[in-house]
Ligand binder design. Structure first.
Ligand SMILES: [Zn+2]
Ligand SMILES: [Zn+2]
Length: 299
């Protein structure tokens, strides 16, 4: 990896920025909160200062996404003391357990979570279960960038959701783009494909839309316990307005609000699985997927 001297590191023609995901686990407003956030750092020196500072707050080496015993606000304050170019982005903001707006331990606004530091939150990540159009309904998010990044649990999922920035290819360029919503577009999965989009109980086989919950209540018809309120339900709870959207000739979804457009995409492996009516990770699907990719040289 070569240090390009502008906060980016290059390997095999690809530029990387230093970043990680952290699980914030702390008490706030009389409740215990668990919120995932992304941290981007402007260079290795700053990154090691972050590591030093957070090493007293949790076991950083225990997990790829370590837990720190801080609220997101305390974490942000710590980071800003180290360097004001560090970027903190609440991750997959709507997911029930670990999203900043999640139904389990989340908050109702960025203000409630970050208080006076709210202005330093420059972006939120839409996650796999929501798209920008859902987030446009929340006035609280008008002044932050809505970014999308990939699920890094396994290699085939890398780069599936992404953000195309307009500015200069440097850390400063990235910082400015995030700050100024200087984004060309994002690529998104269809939110209803996301694991947490609907309300329900996986084990009980219950999968409800926000409307079903309105009609039937929040209790599981199978086991009687409270259902896990999904992303669509939570967005509906916090939405303050309806936003009309349309698609342009290139398939990008737009609105009159002038926010960056997005495109909804489906992975090739998913399409093959639908065609063969088999599971995405089955051998038949994987084999045909690789046959196609080899034939056409890329996905
Ligand atoms: Zn996460
Ligand atoms: Zn149940």
């Amino acid at each position: 990896m070569t240090d390009k001297g502008n906060g980016l590191y290059e390997f095999d023609g690809v530029s990387f920025v230093l970043g990680t995901e952290v699980n914030c686990n702390g008490q706030q407003g009389g409740r215990s909160r668990r919120v995932h956030v992304l941290i981007l750092a402007p260079g290795l020196e700053i990154a090691s200062l972050i590591t030093d500072s957070l090493s007293t707050k949790g076991k950083l080496a225990s997990d790829g996404r370590p837990t720190v015993h801080l609220t997101p606000r305390q974490l942000l304050e710590t980071l800003l003391h180290i360097d004001d170019q560090i970027i903190l982005i609440p991750a997959h903001v709507w997911t029930p357990w670990f999203g900043i707006f999640g139904s389990k331990s989340g908050f109702d606004s960025l203000e409630e979570c970050f208080g006076d530091l709210k202005q330093h939150v420059l972006a939120i990540e839409s996650g796999l279960s929501s798209d920008p159009a859902m987030n446009w309904q929340i006035p609280d998010l008008d002044n932050v960038s809505i970014v999308s990044f990939s699920d890094a649990h396994s290699a085939p999922k890398l780069g599936r959701e992404l953000t195309k920035f307009e500015g200069e290819l440097s850390y400063q360029g990235l910082f400015d783009d995030i700050k100024n919503q200087n984004i060309h577009s994002t690529m998104e999965f269809f939110p209803d494909e996301g694991k947490y989009h609907s309300t329900g109980h996986r084990k009980c086989g219950v999968c409800w839309s926000a409307e079903d919950v309105c009609q039937n209540g929040e209790l599981c018809p199978v086991c009687g316990r409270k259902l896990t309120l999904g992303v669509s339900h939570r967005v509906e709870q916090l939405a303050k307005r309806h936003v009309e959207t349309w698609k342009d000739e290139f398939g990008f979804t737009l609105a009159a609000n002038g926010r960056p457009a997005f495109k909804s995409v489906v992975g090739l492996q998913q399409i093959v699985a639908e065609g063969l009516r088999r599971g995405v990770n089955t051998k038949g699907v994987t084999d045909l997927y690789f046959t196609l990719v080899n034939e056409f040289e890329s996905e």
